[in-house]
Every structure is written in C-alpha cells, then in structure tokens.
Design a protein around this ligand. Structure first.
Ligand code: ADP
Ligand code: MG
Length: 240
C-alpha cells in the first residue's frame, strides 16, 4: 500500500530524515517508536505530503505521489491523520466538524454524509454528542471525534501522531480502544506512540527510529523481547 524509497528531509542545513526505506502492506499496523526529536512526526508528515520530502520516493497504492505532477490532495484524501492536538473547529458542532470534508472536498450528498457520520459516531461511542461543541467535550472525547472526522473521508490508511500524549491518563484507554477496533477491522495504520503496551498488543510491526533513520524493526516480540541494537535497548530501558 505504501512504499518509501530513500526518503530524506532537510530543514535548512539540517538533515532530519536520512534515507528511509519502508514498505507497508494493506491492513498492516505499523507502530513507530523512538526518542523525541528522532524524526517520527516529520516522517508521518512526509507520508501524506504535509512536508515535502527533500529527496526519495513515496508510492501510495502504486502511484508515485512524490512526482511533481501528482495532485497532492488526491493522496491526502485517502490518508486520514490524527494529531496529538485534536484540531477540531471550535465554532462548529461535532456533526459539522465531521461533515465538513466529505461535503466540501468529496462533494458528498449531505444526507448520505450525515448517515455515515452517525455510523462513525456510533463506532467511537459518541452518538449522543453529535450536536455538542468541542469545548463541551473531554480530551478523550475530542480525540475520538477527531478520529471519526478523519474516517469520514473513507481513508485507505490512517496516520496517528501521538494521539494520546495530550490526554489525561484516565482518557488514554478510550482512545486506544477505538484505534484497536479500527485495527481489528483491517484498517492500515501507521502510529507514533509512547504507549508501549498498546504497541505490543496491536502492532504487527514495530519500527524504532533514532537520528532520522529506522535503526531497527521487527515483530513486537522481536523488538521488545530481544532488541538487537544498543540504542534500542537503551530507549526501551527508559520507557518500559
Ligand atoms: P519526533 O516527532 O520524533 O519528536 P520531529 O520529526 O518532530 O521528531 O523532529 C525531528 C527534528 O526536526 C527535531 O530536531 C526538530 O526540531 C526538527 N524539525 C521538525 N520540524 C521542523 C521545522 N518545520 N523546521 C525546522 N526544524 C524542524
Ligand atoms: Mg513528534
């Protein structure tokens, strides 16, 4: 589904991503871990072209999306992204937040989009909040709405950048549960997280990123059970 070939990203003189190769299969759940500043967010943002890669190639469903002539918006519509901070529109209701992109960008019929939105709200357990405003929701609820909003575009892959890092601890579980059920339904997902228990349980593959490269990767058993690199062991020693 995604094929990354020698991806680099510079900010000014600094090379932040130093040549990343990665293949992600349909339905795979890939979890990206690593120290702060290692380039995890930059990598996710390059995947959906929120950042323009400096060099290298990204293919998405066979299309070379890093090609100059490729319409970036086409790829973005098929890649849902959920951030640490929920970025809901504060002056729009939950329903309006969810409907915005399908109706404006995908030109979906409003009644149909609304029906789909209700199904998504059910999926995240928040049907009752459809007319609420973001300020009336808890952090965990906002993040679940942000997930529903991303799903409303019917993405083929979901990218998550530390979706639970800004939440009070008691709300982390409800968001992880939604992500877990998405994974079980076969959604292709790339997740940056510090929730190692979740990574171990839900991830098909764990990537350890350090200094702008994928230093080591493997199944959860391999990576958590017998990390090969000193730096991976060091990192896991601090977070586990
Ligand atoms: P992580 O998500 O692993 O913590 P990031 O991808 O956010 O790491 O950042 C990697 C490095 O790139 C950091 O040193 C950060 O300061 C730098 N960086 C990220 N975004 C920018 C930017 N827009 N301009 C300049 N430097 C940036
Ligand atoms: Mg980050």
């Amino acid at each position: 589904m995604i094929n990354v070939n020698q991806l680099t990203k510079n900010f000014g003189q600094l090379q932040i991503l130093k040549g990343i190769d990665l293949e992600i299969g349909k339905g795979e759940v890939v979890v990206l871990i690593g120290p702060s500043g290692s380039g995890k967010s930059t990598f996710l943002r390059c995947l959906n072209l929120l950042e323009v890669p400096t060099s290298g190639e990204i293919r998405f469903e066979g299309q070379l999306i890093t090609d100059k002539n490729y319409d970036i918006n086409k790829a973005r519509e098929k890649m849902g992204m959920v951030f640490q901070h929920f970025n809901l529109f504060p002056h729009k209701s939950v329903m309006e937040n969810i409907l915005l992109a399908p109706v404006k960008v995908k030109k979906k019929n409003k009644a149909e989009a609304e029906q789909h939105a209700m199904e998504l709200l059910k999926t995240v357990g928040l049907e009752a909040k459809k007319d609420a405003y973001p300020s009336q929701l808890s952090g965990g609820q906002k993040q679940r709405i942000a997930i529903a909003r991303a799903l409303a575009m019917e993405p083929h892959v979901m990218l998550f950048d530390e979706p639970t890092s800004a939440l009070d601890p008691e709300m982390v579980g409800e968001v992880l549960d939604v992500m877990k059920s998405l994974a079980e339904k076969g959604m292709t997902m790339v997740i940056v997280t510090h929730e190692m228990g979740f990574a171990r349980e839900v991830g098909d593959r764990i990537l350890f990123m350090d200094g702008g490269v994928i230093l080591e990767q493997g199944s959860p058993e391999e990576l958590f059970g017998s990390p090969k690199q000193e730096r991976t062991r060091d990192f896991l020693g601090k977070v586990l």
